[in-house]
Ligand binder design. Structure first.
Ligand code: C2E
Ligand code: MG
Ligand code: MG
Length: 534
């Protein structure tokens, strides 16, 4: 028998138990025989931690089989806790008199652990307790399969200015804001539908029974529910607002991913039209969004891959005093347009990040740059940009390691540029990525240093080899005392931490002079050399 079995007499005193019960109670039968079971068998409600009434006493009093209904936590004498399910049945003698009871205890600790994970975290977002994106997609699929013609609506909300809260007050504040918003949405929706967290600061609401008009009305209500209050954090206060997209689920709604994309597109349109408003998706909207919004890039990126229209440029990084790498350059990606023109990464990288295409792009860059480096012979050292999403993509690291191995290139000739926002947003993963590759000899550059707001606090914890001083401080440095002081102090911090410093965005001879004078180790910019095809 896998269950614990305890036999008690009519007064609830232990008569016998099997080895499983001995193990569960942490007592041997000789020790407890004749002792009232309640004294050695203590259980509390798993959620409230309140002691539970004795099931055996209940069974003896009612003379019938009873089962525990609460989630029951067994507290053993040695401090060990087990989650159990129990049932008790009366035992009668031949004359029909009550002779005692049998208690059966099943240890479900491991099971509930798994069950909890499967049923809860597989479907819920741990931060907000809302459903997560995949689960909403599943429910939407079920709804549509059951006859999308019945109607319903999908609402997509995106917080305006969530970034600001995160950057200004830190991630705790950001998390708190998300929890607050989640709660407001949850309340506002009530039993009219389900709420899910769709992305960092994006939420989805499925309203299965709403008519088109009600969907619109609800979307407006949700916007007001989110925007109705101020968010306070220490001395800061923020007006929280959301841009909202809504799609009516008619007969021709399409597949769940398309419906979600449509709601996102409508939300994007709301953002483009000035934020803090509701925009309803209509079929012709798709063209509109594709023409103007980021979404067109999904298709263009896929096509660029298919038609091999990405290419790499490189820009020299020149050593000044204290710089040791003689042949150092940064690799920058470009997309060749249909008519042969080059598209700068600023145009497609935000969309690629938003739609999770960036790891694929970064992989391609790593492979292509390594092939170029292998062909070039010794000496050259390349810096590759890596997006935060790639850092947190499990397989990306493996692919980079494999690509290095295949190319036969010395890993010491490779640097990875990460931005501090990316590194900070994915700190744990970034650490692993950096640790593994640094062990191989690769180096790391903290790109655009100074442009985020939490730079100095995080710098201590990020194992980088170079600080790249953001071009926004370097451009025009020769005419601005404040910039001069900023760059000087960043350089000094870099020296203190034994990091190389690189100034990017050097556009004039006098800027270069100023940087040289203060001892910055490397300079990069149009004055030194423009990006050229690799
Ligand atoms: P970044 O890494 O900070 O790259 C520097 C950008 O500044 C490049 O723009 C470069 O062309 C430009 N630049 C260089 N010198 C000067 C100068 O003197 N003045 C001015 N005004 N600009 C200068 P680009 O190539 O358009 O790249 C923009 C950003 O796109 C990069 O910023 C980087 O964050 C991202 N990026 C580029 N290639 C890749 C890539 O392969 N993967 C990823 N994930 N991101 C990339
Ligand atoms: Mg860079
Ligand atoms: Mg940069």
């Amino acid at each position: 028998i896998g269950d614990g079995v305890v036999r008690v007499d009519a007064l609830g005193r232990v008569e016998s138990m099997n080895p499983v019960a001995e193990r569960l109670l942490g007592r041997r039968v000789e020790e407890v025989a004749g002792v009232t079971l309640d004294e050695v068998y203590r259980r509390v409600d798993e959620t409230t931690a309140k002691p539970l009434a004795s099931l055996v006493s209940l069974c003896l009093a009612q003379r019938r089989r009873v089962e525990s209904t609460e989630r029951c936590l067994l507290l053993r004498g040695d401090g060990e806790e087990r989650v159990v399910q129990e049932s008790a049945a009366p035992v009668f003698d031949r004359d029909g008199a009550l002779a005692g009871a049998v208690l059966v205890v099943r240890d479900v600790t491991r099971l509930t652990g798994m069950e909890r994970e499967v049923s809860y975290f597989a479907t819920h977002d741990p931060l907000t307790g809302l459903l997560h994106r995949r689960e909403l997609e599943r429910r939407l699929a079920r709804h549509l399969a059951a006859g999308g013609g019945r109607g319903g609506a999908l609402v997509h909300l995106d917080l305006d200015e969530f970034r600001v809260v995160n950057d200004l007050c830190g991630h705790n504040a950001g998390d708190e804001l998300l929890r607050e918003v989640a709660e407001r949405l949850f309340e506002a929706v009530g039993d009219a539908g389900v709420v899910a967290r769709m992305g960092a600061d994006e939420f989805g609401v499925l309203l299965p029974r709403a008519s088109a008009a009600e969907g619109r009305r609800r979307a407006e209500e949700l916007r007001l529910a989110v925007g109705g209050r101020r968010f306070l954090w220490r001395e800061h206060s923020f007006d929280v607002r959301a841009s909202v997209g809504v799609v009516t689920l008619g007969a021709s709604a399409g597949e769940p991913p398309q419906v979600i994309t449509a709601a996102e597109a409508a939300c994007l349109a709301a953002k483009e039209r000035g934020r803090d408003r509701v925009h309803e998706y209509r079929p012709h909207d798709r063209e509109l969004a594709q023409r103007h919004g980021e979404m067109q890039w999904i298709h263009r990126i896929h096509r660029a891959f298919d038609e091999d229209r990405f290419c790499l440029h490189r820009q020299p990084i020149r050593p000044l005093a204290g710089g040791v790498e003689e042949n150092f350059s940064e690799v920058l990606i470009r997309m060749r347009d249909n008519d042969g023109r080059l598209v700068a990464p600023g145009a497609f990288i935000p969309a690629a990040e938003r739609y999770h295409l960036i790891p694929q792009i970064d992989r391609w860059v790593v492979r292509t740059a390594l092939a170029g480096l292998a062909a070039e012979g010794d000496g050259a050292c390349l810096a590759l940009n890596v997006s935060g999403l790639s850092l947190s993509d499990e397989r990306f690291l493996d692919d980079v390691l494999a690509a290095i191995e295949t190319s036969g290139v010395d890993p010491r000739r490779l640097c990875f540029e990460i931005t501090e926002t990316a590194a900070v947003a994915h700190l744990a993963r970034a650490h692993r990525f950096m640790a593994v590759l640094r062990a191989q000899g690769c180096r790391f550059v903290l790109d655009d240093f100074g442009s985020g707001l939490s730079s100095f606090a995080y710098l201590k914890n990020l194992p980088v080899d170079f600080l790249k001083i953001s071009g926004q401080f370097v451009r025009g440095i020769e005419e601005n005392e404040l910039q001069l002081a900023l760059v000087r102090s960043i350089h000094q911090i870099g020296e203190l931490m034994r990091m190389g410093t690189i100034a990017e965005g050097v556009e004039t001879a006098s800027a270069l002079d100023a940087l040289h004078e203060m001892g910055v180790h490397y300079a990069q910019g149009f004055w030194i050399g423009r990006p050229e095809p690799m």
